[in-house]
Ligand binder design. Structure first.
Ligand code: B3K
Ligand code: ZN
Length: 898
């Protein structure tokens, strides 16, 4: 890895340790929006483990170089250039002071130091620190930081940075200062500062060893009433990491700061997490149950990074999943434990189902397209493009498989050894795997392939029952089908797949399990088979009746399972499987199969029909009051249009939409009474509670409302939705009612009730940007009709005074919602969606390349669509390619067209 110049393609194989190391950094900031002066004093020495270099190359971007001194004396041989600064012939060990100037006010990229709402914020991961000062901006250079901030006291009364506050005081001319020290060595990407007019909710807690810790959630003054949930989530995260992993908060103070202009969800800067307001601010009137759950998850995620990411960090960015996959796994387990403890399997399954749904819809799609890459990528052009579903979500599945193989205790032993070996270091995914292997006395060489092979593995299953011998054999075969070329190139051999299985008898109960060669029956009725060969047969003995297999229980590996279940067998599993995940899965398989058949018919114009047995299977779930409401909601929700389109040989969003709408209408009309009964039964009168139970009731009730809105005569649904809208004491119910009103009237080109509710919603929440984001998103994702295409509504909203392309949340709420979450409207045959997409990618490219590159990705699967759509998408991609400048967007569109 070169220290400065940015070649086109960066390769993992080229990693080399840095020629110099930086042990300490003292930063001084004179914060002025248009012209911030940064003085950076570093203790530098040659790296004994690297080859000799005469010159010291530092990275820097968009900086004005002022001057350099070495050991206190001016240094003349410093040359600033486009990518940084070169210092000729430096000594072996020296103190270097660099002074430079940057312009936070004009920084619309939201990377580096920038101004948002009149306050200063930073975002350094992955390579933003070089936009603040010249540095060895790579994660394997770790230093201790002292930071002095100076600014106008009236404009920036609060001055924050990482670690502990050493000193603060007044300066002449109405300015003041604060000095912070972070005692832990860290890479530059974890640096942060915040300055401005903010207030904090504070809480003092004692950590496991009895030390007092100060916790703060900093927000703009008018948002202080929306911080309680984030604080509670932080306290729960601290407790959970102590009890589940024995990991304690290491600083005296831990701060969360909310900012409304932010490229992603949040950032784990040491002791000073900076968050998108979306993942901090919540009260019942403004935030939905989903928002509450997301805040808990993201607060947990960033907090857990304090150990998995910060105390032990990545050697280079190819190892990103070392911290992200592991930390996503930890936040998923945290949320599951918060919902269901260690033992309530049904409550835990709700979380598991939601996570798997995201994985399958988004990561599987990524893995089948031009951006397919292994969990540990081999190369990149722009690292910010590799904060992907694969690195995060598939990375989490890879970590989960260790736990599935070794159990919770074995996994914990591995984590303990990992910290014992690597605390304070910058390491690799291999180091993590070795710790897990050594702690459990296992050879995990084959498991390495999960890190180096792209593509979604397919496991096909054949079964055979021998009644005379009472033997049941399960033959598993693994491969990749016709994965994307990038995926094929990386394939080296079979994976170690933990394949969890159960066998179900005719009465619906699990059968006892005993594998051939084993002396006795297993304690559990679920077995994790270690599937390591291309084809492998597992034989169960003493199987008294022909069983129905329950395959890949709890989704024990990120693979696609192929097995020829009949519709009746799926209905049986949906009714009886003891594994709640697979119960849900059976319903999804049943629905997917039916929907794909119907989508195929829709393309040929054959009239659609739905089998009564499918309606009956749904009716059973709907009316089964022994199932938890949240499970029923998940089971009754049809697979998304995006997921279904992805399953077709040629994606046809219009056909998928027609099929899915047909089924929704059919289920609505056939089960009308049941939907109504469920709607009434699961209301949650009284004060709002954010508990999993209450939110389960709301989810099921609002799903029922959305089905009722599909009725041929939606008058009753409109009445219910209007009444719910008016009476709602929480955002979950209010936004669900608004959505039902919009969709109930879509076919007729809109209704008075829907328009009134929309106008009311806007007036009511005009001062709440996060709620106005919902207002934009609801309109962008609504159903359209021939007389009223959604693109027209979206274009009109682009001109709304509240729209602002520079604010990523707002851009996402309107543009991304339409381009990525309204497939039937976005993929209009006339290409109007693609033309809009191209305009917006080009406009965003000039403002914020990271956000533009995300939007650019919504066309990457273009080759899989029907010919007309394919041509339209190619033209739009070509147009964008010819006009954009950023490396971020270029990488995406060039890979898409390659
Ligand atoms: N580590 C950050 C993501 C940074 C993204 C940079 N483009 C948030 C997280 O995963 O916790
Ligand atoms: Zn993370």
């Amino acid at each position: 890895m070169a220290d400065t110049a940015t070649p086109n393609v960066i390769r993992r194989a080229d990693y080399a340790p840095p020629a110099f190391l930086i042990d300490t950094v003292a930063l001084e900031f004179d914060l002025i929006p248009e012209r911030t002066v940064v003085r950076n004093t570093m203790r530098v020495r040659r790296n004994p483990d690297a080859s000799h270099a005469a010159n010291f190359e530092l990275m820097g971007e968009q900086l004005e170089f002022v001057g350099a001194t070495i050991d206190g004396a001016p240094f003349a041989h410093a040359h600033a250039h486009e990518h940084g600064l070169t210092l000729d012939n430096v000594p072996d060990n020296f103190e270097l002071t660099l002074t430079s100037i940057c312009n936070p006010a004009e920084n619309t990229t939201l990377s580096g130091l920038y101004v948002s709402g009149g306050n200063f914020f930073t975002q350094c991961e992955a390579e933003g620190f070089r936009r603040i000062t010249y540095f060895l901006d790579r994660p394997d250079v770790m230093a201790t930081f002292t930071v002095t901030l100076r600014a106008s006291k009236a404009d920036y009364p609060v001055l924050l940075s990482n670690g502990n506050l050493l000193e603060e005081g007044d300066l002449p001319d109405g300015r003041h200062f604060a000095r912070w020290e972070d005692p832990f060595r860290k890479p530059s990407y974890l640096f942060a500062l915040v300055a401005g007019k903010l207030v904090a909710l504070e809480e003092r807690v004692k950590s496991g060893s009895g030390k007092e810790k100060l916790l703060q959630v900093w927000v703009e003054p008018h948002d202080l009433d929306k911080t309680r949930h984030a604080m509670d989530s932080l306290i729960n995260s601290i407790r959970w990491d102590e009890s589940r992993f024995g990991l304690e908060l290491d600083l005296d103070r831990f701060m969360i700061v909310a900012v409304s202009d932010f490229n992603m969800g949040a950032m784990e800067n040491k002791g000073l997490n900076i968050f998108n307001t979306k993942y901090v601010l919540a009260n019942p009137e403004t935030a939905t149950d989903t928002d509450f759950a997301n805040i808990e998850a993201v607060v947990g995620h960033e907090y857990f990074h304090n150990w998995t990411g910060n105390r032990v960090t990545c050697r280079d960015w190819f190892q990103l999943s070392l911290k992200e996959g592991l930390t996503v796994f930890r936040d998923q387990e945290f949320s599951a434990d918060m919902a269901g403890g260690a033992t309530d399997e049904a409550a835990r399954a709700t979380k598991r189902i939601e996570d798997v749904r995201v994985l399958r819809q988004m990561q599987f799609a990524e893995d089948a397209g031009p951006m397919a890459h292994p969990v540990r990528p081999e190369s990149y052009v722009e690292i910010n493009n590799f904060y992907t579903m694969t690195v995060y979500e598939k990375g989490s599945e890879v970590v989960r498989m260790y736990q599935t193989l070794f159990g919770r205790d074995g996994f914990r032993k591995g984590m303990d050894l990992y910290f014992k070996r690597h605390d304070g270091q910058a390491v690799t995914c291999d180091d993590f795997r070795h710790a897990l292997a050594d702690a459990n006395g296992r050879d995990l060489a084959q498991f390495e392939r999960w890190y180096s092979q792209a593509g979604t593995p397919r496991v096909s299953v054949r079964t055979k029952y021998d009644a005379a011998q009472q033997r049941y054999s399960v033959t598993l075969t693994q491969g990749y089908g016709d994965a994307a070329p990038a995926a094929r190139e990386t394939q080296k051999g079979p994976l170690l797949i933990p394949f969890a299985i159960g066998l179900i008898g005719k009465d619906g109960h699990d059968l006892p399990l005993q594998l051939e060669g084993e002396a006795r029956v297993s304690d559990s009725t679920t077995r994790v088979l270690e599937f390591t060969q291309t084809e492998q047969t597992f034989t169960f003995v003493n199987v008294a009746q022909e069983p129905l297999p329950s395959l890949l229980r709890n989704f024990s590996a990120p693979v696609i399972v192929e097995y020829d279940y009949s519709a009746d067998q799926l209905a049986f599993l949906l009714a009886h499987d003891s594994d709640p995940f697979n119960r849900w899965e059976a319903g999804q398989r049943l629905a997917t199969r039916e929907l794909l058949t119907l989508a195929g018919r829709a393309t040929t114009g054959v009239p659609l029909q739905l089998d009564d047995s499918v309606v009956a299977a749904f009716a059973r779930v709907l009316t089964d009051e022994t199932l938890s409401p949240s499970f029923r909601e998940l089971a009754l929700m049809l697979p998304s249009e995006a997921y279904l389109a992805e399953q077709m040989a040629e994606s046809n969003p219009a056909a998928v939409h027609a099929a899915r709408q047909f089924v929704r209408k059919r289920l609505a009309n056939a089960l009308r009474k049941d939907w109504l009964a469920v709607y009434k039964k699961h209301r949650t009168p009284g004060a709002y509670e954010a508990t999993p139970e209450a939110s389960g009731h709301r989810a099921l009730k609002n799903l029922a409302l959305s089905y009722l809105a599909e009725l041929d005569d939606p008058a009753e649904a409109v009445r219910l939705a209007s009444a719910q809208y008016d009476a709602a004491n929480n955002m979950t119910d209010r936004s669900a009612a608004l959505s039902a009103l919009l969709n109930a009237s879509a076919a007729n080109g809109g209704s008075v009730e829907a328009q009134q509710a929309l106008d009311d919603f806007y007036r009511r929440f005009e001062k709440e940007p996060l709620v106005i984001d919902k207002w934009f998103a609801l309109q962008a994702t609504q159903r359209g009709s021939a007389q009223r295409p959604v693109i027209e509504i979206v274009r009109r909203l682009m001109a709304h005074p509240a729209f602002n392309l520079k604010n990523p949340n707002r851009a996402r709420s309107l543009i991304f919602s339409f381009c990525a979450a309204n497939p039937a409207q976005f993929h209009a045959e006339d290409g109007s969606g693609y033309a809009f997409w191209a305009e917006q990618v080009i406009a965003l490219d000039a403002i914020n390349p990271q956000v533009a590159a995300r939007l650019a990705r919504s066309l990457e699967l273009w080759r899989r669509f029907t010919p007309t759509l394919r041509d339209g998408m190619r033209a739009a991609l070509e147009k964008v390619t010819s006009q954009v400048k950023s490396r971020d967007v270029r990488e995406i569109v060039e890979k898409a067209l390659a």
